[in-house]
Design a protein around this ligand. Structure first.
Ligand SMILES: Cc1ncc(COP(=O)(O)O)c(C=O)c1O
Length: 406
């Protein structure tokens, strides 16, 4: 096995010479062991692609990648919200990935690694975005795919179905039970586990870290003061942090960003532990949120590492109300022309709160990850607007209604 295929647990430090999904002690996340190389320019680490595989030198050695052109998402400079909050603000628009969320980055690396290991069945559990991503990349790899879904929106269910995986909607009120279904199927049926909490698969953070590499290039080598991520297990946040760490180890940057994780108030175990100064996260919450992607009552070893990373970075965790998530959902497209879904814009909602509370200071340079497309939440979005008036195909009718034309 080549060096980059060996896996080390971030918790106990054990190194494994075989492809396994989790450290049996479940006290950390498995990471590929890689020799660190110092470089003077990121160009030395880049190749022709496709998608995130342009950073192949920093990704696991995998043969031919399973790619749908993920990554390379736009960094949009805020023209309205940023100035009004006194911030230099940018949105990393992850909704522009092939299936409409940042999960495509993880799915590309995970499915590539599974394809290399030969034919089998892929299995995942998800409230929606991971289901769409795994179904699409599984189908690109011509691998069978079984998905346990947790209370999906119609948009997410339909998108996933279009790629023709076997889907089961699991009848439970606990996301953690759905996650456990996928783990049990992997253990007992030998299926390959592609859950997207980092402690369940070593290749998730490998995909997400490419967000930091792109940010480095898009910001001309500057490191933002803060990176804000909507968070469930915190894998997205950990991936961005890992990307910046690798840039630091390569000698390309000298400072790290402060990491900010945002969760919906009704399901915010990492926020609670952060706020109360707990060393260990206590699972819990009574999820009642429109941000379905962020529901996870027990974030496990991944959540624990997220809590430690946020503290170590000097960042913060923010819990947001339904009201502010919805307000952000309904106003962001017209204010900034960034089209996010409810879980996707939760980070923006959290940033607004953190800035008002003075936790993120005025003048800071901030990147907010918008993690899913508004197309994933059309039904909810529709609730935010009055139905447009219907008129006869007649200019006189328009003139009569002029009062409605702004
Ligand atoms: C849109 C969206 N944003 C953020 C997350 C947070 O994921 P995590 O913190 O587990 O990486 C999810 C998880 O499913 C999601 O769907």
């Amino acid at each position: 096995m080549s060096d980059s295929m060996r896996l080390r647990c971030t918790g106990c430090g054990t190194v494994y010479d075989q492809d396994i999904y989790s450290c049996p002690r479940r006290d950390g996340i498995l990471e590929p062991v890689r020799e660190r190389r110092r470089v003077s320019s990121i160009a030395e680490l880049k190749g022709p692609g496709p998608g995130i595989w342009q950073y192949r030198a920093l990704l696991p050695a995998a043969g031919e990648p399973v790619s749908l052109g993920e990554g390379n998402t736009p960094l949009v400079e805020s023209r309205d919200l940023g100035p009004s909050l006194g911030l230099s603000l940018y949105f990393k628009d992850e909704g522009r990935n092939p299936t409409g969320s940042f999960k495509d980055r993880a799915a590309s690396v995970m499915v590539t690694m599974e394809k290399r290991r030969g034919p089998s069945v892929l299995v995942t559990s998800s409230s929606g975005n991971a289901a769409c991503a795994v179904a699409a990349y599984g189908s690109a790899a011509r691998m069978r795919c079984v998905i346990f879904m947790y209370h999906p929106t119609q948009e997410k269910l339909t998108t996933a179905m279009a790629y023709r995986p076997q889907i089961y909607r699991v009848d439970t009120s606990l996301e953690s039970e759905v996650l456990e279904m996928a783990r049990a199927a992997s253990r007992e049926l030998g299926w390959r586990l592609l859950n997207t909490a980092a402690a369940d698969n070593p290749y998730i953070l490998e995909g997400y870290k490419t967000i930091a590499f792109e940010l480095y290039e898009q910001m001309g080598g500057e490191v933002p003061d803060y990176v804000v991520c909507p968070s469930a297990s915190g894998s997205l946040l950990l991936g961005v942090w890992k990307g910046y760490l690798e840039l630091m180890e390569s000698g390309l940057i000298r400072a790290m960003p402060r990491m900010v994780g945002v969760q919906p108030e009704s399901c915010s175990p990492i926020c609670r532990a952060f706020r109360e100064g707990l060393a260990v996260i206590e699972p819990g919450g009574a999820p009642n949120t429109c941000a379905g992607g962020l529901v996870l009552e027990d974030p496990g070893a991944t959540g624990q590492q997220t809590l430690d990373t946020v503290r170590r970075s000097g960042g913060t965790m923010v819990a947001v109300t339904e009201e502010i998530i919805r307000e952000t959902l309904y106003t962001l497209p017209a204010r900034e022309q960034v089209f996010g879904g409810p879980s996707g814009v939760a980070g923006v909602a959290g940033l607004i709160l953190a800035t008002r509370q003075g936790v993120v200071p005025r003048g800071a340079r901030v990147v907010c990850v918008v993690s899913e497309s508004g197309f994933k939440g059309l039904t909810l979005l529709r609730e935010g607007f009055e139905a447009p008036p219907v008129i006869k195909p007649d200019i006189a009718a328009l003139k009569e209604l002029r009062g409605h034309v702004r």
